[in-house]
Every structure is written in structure tokens, then in C-alpha cells.
Design a binder for this molecule. Structure first.
Ligand code: UDP
Length: 387
């Protein structure tokens, strides 16, 4: 072990676990303190006792990346099985395929357009006067026009974010492509997979190192030990006692459905109409096609999004003007702090995918290991949060 005092990673999600692993492999002893009773944060998976289905307790998590380093890293800790995610969506009483592709367009407009025709048609629908979209709604109108926007995005987005799409950042929509071919894979990435034994198993193996001690049901406040440095993957506002106000997060409620056989025939069905109160239904056995034949029963979950209260689990950071102001206050407090680095989706208050969280955690762990070796204190942020 290098040095006297241990390092603490607060949170046993992907960020905390990966940083702990990298540091342990560089010879540093790490305590990972997790407030919940389980590891793997919001990508936690467990076998549903009633059906035997591997359930993503906090909603569907599909691993997808173009990052070779991240892919190699995760494959060290478990069998990642190829899985191509395809999403269906119900809008106005009909089923379509998402993200919007040539099939969606032809079904929706009752046409047989070629890629070229569809492109020209959507251009005629799109609001060409919006040259620099300032928000989600403008981005959608400029890209696909009013009819597709209203059918697929307006209602869903209002339910998901609890806000008017005209007040949301355009970046949220940029997560989804529009395709002028019949490619209906939800993601474009080279590697798309689901762990054969679940994400929790992967995280357990990441944490399985002689220099890592894991403590679940342990909040940072109850620790009496002093640490050489803390990597905080909890909400940044909580570290500072919410003194600049509580940052807004969306949380999800899940309503369980259990039946025989196959409930909806696919892993994820989005419900785009505003009149339907939930956003989507996920049927988890379809995430593991290699084992679903052996499972006679099935379990699915309706997802309802709402504003997170103080005791709710935060899922999605809401980044509107007010939150950006609060965040700026926390960022400046962070740059005045010593001994702590903020990491991950909650620590940096960003909409991060799993592969981005792992990529950043690898970079943070490696940079911090070098800094510890040179007796330099790691900074409060390693990514784009400037003082
Ligand atoms: N979205 C939508 N309709 C859909 C799917 C997505 O309006 O059927 C919008 C919605 O605002 C959502 C965003 O696109 O928050 C990003 O979607 P994604 O599927 O990436 O969300 P996640 O799986 O992270 O919840």
C-alpha cells in the first residue's frame, strides 16, 4: 500500500467503483462507502425472485460505446453479450419504430418514400427559419417539423421532464438521431451489449481487489476515519449542504406488471401521447434474449417520471437556467475546496451515459494516481468545469 491514509470513493456506482479500481491497481488503498444497501448505483440489476428475470431496478441500461478503452475495460470484468437495442413507440394509437427512421416516416405519413424523397419531404416540413435552435422544441421543429415533433417528442418530453419543451436545452434532443434508412438500432455505437450476469456482477468484480474495502449502508457522514482524498459521486449540492439551494433532478416511479409468457413482445415500448401518464414500459427478459426461452413468466415496469424530492433517488439532472446558476455557485465552491474531487452524473450534474461515466472515471483515476505519486492534490474537477 502506498501512503498512510486511505482514499475514499463515495458511491459504489460505475464512477466510484472504476476510480477505486484504478487507484487500487496503482497500489493505493481505497474505502468505497455506499449509502444504499447495494452496489452499482442506478445500473443495479438483480434477479426478480418471482419470475427469475434479471431486472434493471432503476430502469433499462443498455451498454453502448465507440470507446475501445472503455470496452476493453468492462470486458475484463464480465461476459458482455451482444445486444442491439430496438425501441418501439405508440403514438396516436399506432406502433412505430424509434429513433425516427425511414420506416417511421413512411408509416407515419402513409408513404413509400425513398431516402432522398424522405429527406426532401422532411426539409419541406422543417421550420427552416430556425437557424440556431435555442431549445428542445426549436431543435425538433428545425429538424423534423411540427407533425413528427408533436407525435413523438412533445408529449413524451413533457412527461419525462415535467416542463415545456421550449424551456429545455436542445442538447437533450441531440441524443436521438433521425435516419433516412431502415436502420432501427437505437444506438449507432460499435459496441452494444448487456452483461450476461447483470451490471451488479460487473461492478462487484471491479470492486474485488485486495486494496479495496466496500461498505454498503454507509453514508460518508458516519465515517470517522480521515482520508487522503475523497472522490464524491453523490449529488454535488449535497456535499455542500445544499447551501446554494437544492438542484433539481427527475426521479422515476415504477409500476410492476407480471404475467405469463410475453407481455409486449419487445424490451422497450415508449408511450408518446401526453394523455398516457407513463413514458414507457420496459420488459426486462427481452434485454437477455439468450435466456428468455427458459423463463415462463415475465415482468415489466411502467415508468412514471416526476420531480425528485429530498428523499428520492435522483435519476436525471435538470439543467435549466436556474439550475445552471445554482450549479455555477457549487462549481465555484468546489474550486475553493481541498481534498475532494466531484465525479459522475450526480457529482458533476450532467446527463452521462454509462460509457462516458466509465471513460471519465478511468481518466480521473489515472490522473489522480500520478498526482498522488507526485504529492500533488487532485483538483475538484477533471473535466470541463472551469473555476
Ligand atoms: N424522447 C421523446 N420521445 C421518445 C423518446 C425520447 O420525446 O419517444 C426525448 C425525451 O425528451 C428524452 C430524450 O428524448 O428525455 C432522450 O431520450 P433517451 O431515450 O436518450 O432517454 P433515456 O433513455 O436516457 O431516458
Amino acid at each position: 500500500m502506498r501512503g498512510e491514509e486511505r482514499i475514499c470513493c463515495v458511491g459504489a456506482g460505475l464512477s466510484g467503483a472504476v476510480i477505486a479500481r484504478v487507484l487500487a491497481e496503482h497500489g493505493y488503498a481505497v474505502l468505497v462507502a455506499e449509502a444504499r444497501g447495494h452496489i452499482a448505483g442506478n445500473c443495479h440489476t438483480e434477479r426478480d425472485p418471482a419470475t427469475g428475470v434479471m431486472v434493471h431496478r432503476y430502469g433499462p441500461h443498455i451498454f453502448h460505446t465507440d470507446n475501445e478503452k472503455v470496452w476493453r475495460f468492462i470486458c475484463r470484468f464480465g461476459d458482455m453479450r451482444p445486444y442491439v437495442h430496438r425501441v418501439k413507440a405508440i403514438a396516436g394509437g399506432r406502433v412505430y419504430s424509434l429513433p425516427i427512421n425511414l420506416h417511421t416516416i413512411n408509416q407515419f405519413f402513409d408513404t413509400c418514400m425513398s431516402p432522398k424523397e424522405a429527406r426532401a419531404f422532411l426539409q419541406s416540413q422543417a421550420r427552416s427559419e430556425i437557424s440556431t435552435p435555442r431549445n428542445f422544441e426549436e431543435q425538433a421543429l428545425a429538424l423534423i417539423g411540427e407533425r413528427l415533433y408533436v407525435a413523438f417528442f412533445r408529449g413524451y418530453t413533457k412527461k419525462q421532464w415535467g416542463r415545456e419543451p421550449s424551456t429545455l436545452p436542445a442538447s437533450v434532443l441531440k441524443r436521438l438521431p433521425v435516419r433516412f434508412n431502415y436502420e432501427d438500432s437505437y444506438f449507432d455505437h460499435r459496441y452494444q451489449a448487456i452483461p450476461a450476469e447483470g451490471y451488479t456482477n460487473i461492478v462487484a468484480r471491479i470492486l474485488d481487489h485486495p486494496l479495496i474495502e466496500l461498505r454498503c449502508n454507509c453514508s460518508f457522514e458516519e465515517l470517522t476515519e480521515t482520508f487522503r482524498h475523497v472522490f464524491w459521486s453523490g449529488p454535488i449540492d449535497r456535499w455542500f449542504g445544499e447551501r446554494a439551494g437544492r438542484l433539481a433532478y427527475r426521479t422515476l416511479d415504477f409500476e410492476r406488471i407480471e404475467t405469463d409468457g410475453d407481455f409486449q413482445g419487445t424490451a422497450v415500448m415508449n408511450y408518446c401521447d401526453e394523455t398516457v401518464p407513463f413514458t414507457r414500459i420496459s420488459e426486462h427478459k427481452h434485454f437477455m434474449p439468450w435466456e428468455k426461452e427458459h423463463l415462463p413468466r415475465t415482468v415489466a415496469f411502467r415508468e412514471y417520471a416526476r420531480e425528485a424530492g429530498p428523499s428520492d433517488i435522483p435519476f436525471y439532472p435538470v439543467r435549466l437556467a436556474e439550475e445552471e446558476r445554482q450549479l455555477a455557485a457549487y462549481v465555484s465552491l468546489a474550486w475553493q475546496s481541498k481534498g475532494v474531487t466531484f465525479v459522475g452524473r450526480l457529482g458533476t450534474y450532467r446527463y452521462l451515459d454509462m460509457d462516458q461515466a466509465i471513460a471519465e472515471a478511468l481518466a480521473v483515476g489515472e490522473a489522480a494516481a500520478e498526482q498522488f505519486a507526485a504529492s500533488i492534490e487532485p483538483p475538484p474537477f477533471f473535466h470541463d468545469r472551469k473555476p
